[in-house]
Design a protein. Structure first.
Length: 229
């Protein structure tokens, strides 16, 4: 019951955010509900590169810039298990980046974390909003390069849902992926351990979140998280 009430409070705060929040600030309702502001819009306090190297990219117009940040993933320095994450994302054209969730090993984020794909490509398991290499977004809800997309990602146990610009595009139960390599299209997914395919249901249920540098400019702002632990 407590978790259910917490989620209701968080969702109410999301609605308030859409009409009254300023960039990189929590509304009074979000503060009361228990949201955490992960990015202050000024600097990278609280953020590190997954490889431990200094962050070399600059904050641009109140937004994080992952391009040439110095690592593969710009990650927040705290782990989370169950949460609601929201952020605004803008891409250059072309672009390939990603929102990483529950990274179990920062030295190997590709194989130990889930990625919500950020890309100018649409459709398929590598398209914008997909659970990368596993499931395609159900609909193309992105605004395209040069525009701000708003993501709301909820991760509770094995259940992952993604809402893009107020449209639900993913609803995944990882427990349904009990076989190594299983994904929604032909062939095995990319995740492996010691060269062997992994089952998604066996992934850690706690880990780091972060944003990917994949050699394209991509901006992130209004990064806020509601922990559901």
């Amino acid at each position: 019951m407590k978790t259910f009430i917490s989620i209701l409070c968080a969702l109410c705060a999301i609605t308030t955010f859409s009409v009254s929040a300023k960039d990189n600030r929590l509304t009074a309702e979000e503060k009361e509900a228990g949201w955490i502001l992960l990015f202050n819009g000024k600097n990278y306090d609280g953020w590190v590169n997954n490889n431990g190297k200094p962050i070399t990219s600059k904050v641009e117009d109140g937004a994080m810039q992952t391009y040439k940040c110095g690592g593969y993933i710009l990650t927040y320095n705290r782990q989370f298990s169950d949460f609601i994450l929201k952020c605004d994302v803008k891409m250059e054209d072309p672009c390939n980046s990603g929102i990483f969730l529950r990274i179990g090993d920062l030295s190997d984020p590709v194989n130990t974390g889930f990625e919500i794909q950020i890309a100018t490509e649409n459709g398929g398991v590598h398209g914008h909003g997909s659970l990368y290499d596993v499931r395609a977004a159900s609909v193309n809800a992105g605004k395209g390069a040069g525009e701000w997309d708003h993501f709301e990602i909820t991760f509770i146990g094995p259940k992952l849902t993604v809402v893009l610009n107020d449209v639900q595009i993913l609803d995944v139960n990882l427990d349904e992926y009990s076989e190594p390599g299983k994904r929604d299209v032909e062939g095995n997914h990319k995740f492996s351990l010691n060269g062997q395919p992994r089952a998604l249901k066996d992934f850690a249920r706690i880990g780091s979140i972060g944003f990917q540098d994949h050699d394209h400019k991509c901006w992130y702002k209004n990064v806020k998280l509601f922990p559901l632990e």
